[in-house]
Ligand binder design. Sequence first.
Ligand code: FAD
Length: 424
Amino acid sequence: MPTFVFDDAILASSFNRPNRTGFMLESLADLDSELKNLGARLILRRGNWVEEILKLAHRAKANAIYIAEDVSRLSRQRLDKLEAAANTVGVEVIRQSGITVIPAGAVAPPDSDHYKVFTPYYRRWQEIPWRPIASTPKSITPVVGLKSLPLPKLSALCSGATSPEVILGGETQARKRLNVWTKKDLANYSDRHDDLPGDATSRISPYLHFGCLSSLEVATKLRARTGGEAFVRQICWRDFYAQILAARPDAGWSDFKDRGDRWNQDSEAFAAWVAGRTGFPVVDAGMRQLVREGFMHNRARMVVASFLTKDLYQDWRKGAAHFLDWLVDGDLANNNLNWQWNAGTGTDTNPHRIFNPTRQGNRFDAQGDYVRRYVEELSEVEGGLAQDPDPETRARVGYPLPIVDHQVAIAEYKEMRATPQPPS
Ligand SMILES: Cc1cc2nc3c(=O)[nH]c(=O)nc-3n(C[C@H](O)[C@H](O)[C@H](O)COP(=O)(O)OP(=O)(O)OC[C@H]3O[C@@H](n4cnc5c(N)ncnc54)[C@H](O)[C@@H]3O)c2cc1C
């Protein structure tokens, strides 16, 4: 009896954002139509997650509840509650690996319950046997007499509008996209994944986040193909962060490694970053892509995160929260631990890594096409000049001067990091 419960606790939280919730509704509609083809349907409920599942289990006279185990604190706590309550009425809860290629905690170094460095994790991840891919059932016998909610409208679940160019949800879309991308771009993934205007990455992250695609299936099928190794290595990053969050649930919002930061509180600078008006074209292009598409290229994510946490020396949590407001693939483990990696409070083995935004633009968007695509004011500025227009051009097109001098800002950042605040 395939079931989905809209959890009131999540709907009331900041995790309920139009881009993700809209994508989820499309994914549920697609799942329901696929289930109908197999003779069943998706039972939808809304309310207290634990209570609704128990009520359904009771009505259906179920003796077991199967669920893919997640790693965030909230999902683990609610699953523990469900298990405790279900056990008192003789219903078993069976936790299954589903969201990652290998389960969080399946491999660990000798001295810890999780890996803190990616490369040794990746080595072990490749070595251990992966689960076989489960096949899709040929048919499902429905449980009769159970009521289901109609699929709600987005406006009934959250307020606000989705991004104008947001991707469509659902497994059908996911498979189409992955098939087209695999044929066209997988072989050259290693060379092209950093090419900002080329936009040559798979864009499957939202589908992985919502379970429309199985990361195990994708990794198993593509790892031996030309280009597959570099691509599947990226999927391993997803597993890496999941096993960190599973072992250290506090790392979602607390420093993985405390650097004694006294973050700058300048709200005007933060507002300029959010609006894509920092005067650094590649940073602004990334920030505007986020709002227009609910997505940002990985290279741009790194550049804008570095800019906020190093050049502006602002708290990574503010940047992570803004990303989670817009990203369709917004995911606590991947978003917040990537933010920490860029802020130098996370798992980067070189925590003082600096990205020079202008050099990043020149390197990964040499002709300025990515900038012109997203920063309207610069749409007429030709070629690589769009990466650093002169003051006259900026004034003419209404584009701001840089809000900081990169060299000065980085010198200040380094000084702050050299004199950390002692832990309180
Ligand atoms: C500051 C910051 C925030 C991020 N927030 C998120 C987030 O909320 N959700 C999210 O899924 N990814 C996040 N990422 C990782 C990465 O940017 C996206 O997964 C990637 O851009 C998605 O595009 P794609 O599917 O085309 O990636 P591809 O290049 O096609 O990669 C394939 C898959 O590998 C995984 N992957 C790739 N890079 C990473 C990475 N660095 N960390 C973890 N997994 C990775 C993703 O699942 C991705 O779909 C973040 C990165 C940074 C620097």
